[in-house]
Design a protein around this ligand. Structure first.
Ligand SMILES: Nc1nc2c(ncn2[C@@H]2O[C@H](COP(=O)(O)OP(=O)(O)OP(=O)(O)O)[C@@H](O)[C@H]2O)c(=O)[nH]1
Length: 232
């Protein structure tokens, strides 16, 4: 059964996770990464871990429907020590596990926080989904939506909550634009129209340091979070 109905889950987006630990300090910032299948979510998580791991204490939770492939990839690439990477097998539509019944993901995040205390940043990667997928605010504090140019340069125009409301939109695989006839200027104009002042970053993760702008964005949010300036 497909449970993606607001009437079934009227509580969606109506509560927030407590930002404080029992000792009064701020818990880790939780950043969700969602987006269509194959857009580059795992590659973004891997690149963020490589770039930020010397400065911050990081852990990651991955979601796959029937496997643990994304976590295995991150462990194989040694982007973090293996105990800092947890796989959640959702067994159903990926958005159900990040929005409607977040218990398995929340348990994984809280377990990492307890066993690896103190963490600064937890990255939660959704399984690949469609343009409607967003995270519950009870699971993550900020959300990144990752699309790619190879899936069509009309994707930003199509909108949907991921594109219109995510705190950051990443348009990945810009290196492929000339090969697939994607017009990056059109994508930028459409994204701006859909998102107003919300930020959009174009990335190519095959380039050296292609993640830099995104890493700086995450660092900026983390600094605000630690200063208590991010509302949840
Ligand atoms: N050319 C190019 N390939 C990329 C880029 N980023 C990721 N890829 C490749 O795209 C493929 C999919 O990337 P992933 O990071 O696994 O995508 P994903 O969104 O995590 O995929 P799912 O978890 O299956 O939804 C892989 O073969 C990556 O190496 C990029 O910027 N440019």
């Amino acid at each position: 059964m497909h449970l993606d109905h607001s009437e079934s889950f009227p509580q969606r987006h109506t509560y927030s996770a407590d930002p404080l630990r029992p000792d009064g300090s701020r818990r880790a910032l939780r950043v969700g990464l969602g987006g269509p299948v194959g857009s580059g979510k795992t590659a973004t998580v891997a690149a963020l871990c490589r770039t930020l791991r010397d400065r911050w204490q990081i852990a990651a939770v991955t979601n796959d429907i029937y496997t643990r492939e994304d976590a295995e990839y991150l462990r194989r690439e040694a982007v973090l020590p293996p105990e800092r990477i947890t796989a959640v097998e959702t067994g159903a539509c990926p958005h159900t596990a990040i929005r409607d019944d977040i218990s398995a993901n929340l348990e994984a995040v809280e377990h990492l926080e307890e066993t690896l205390h103190p963490l600064d940043l937890v990255l939660v990667e959704s399984g690949g989904d469609n343009l409607t997928a967003t995270f519950s605010k009870g699971l993550v504090d900020v959300q990144i939506f990752v699309i790619d140019v190879a899936s069509g340069d009309d994707i930003p125009r199509k909108g949907g909550p991921g594109i219109t409301t995510a705190d950051l939109l990443i348009v990945n695989k810009t290196d492929l634009a000339p090969h697939v006839g994607a017009d990056l200027d059109t994508m930028a104009v459409d994204a701006k129209r859909q998102r107003g002042d919300l930020p959009v970053i174009f990335t190519s993760l095959t380039s050296d340091d292609g993640i830099r702008e995104v890493a700086d964005w995450v660092t900026g949010h983390l600094a605000q979070w630690r200063a208590g300036a991010v509302a949840v």
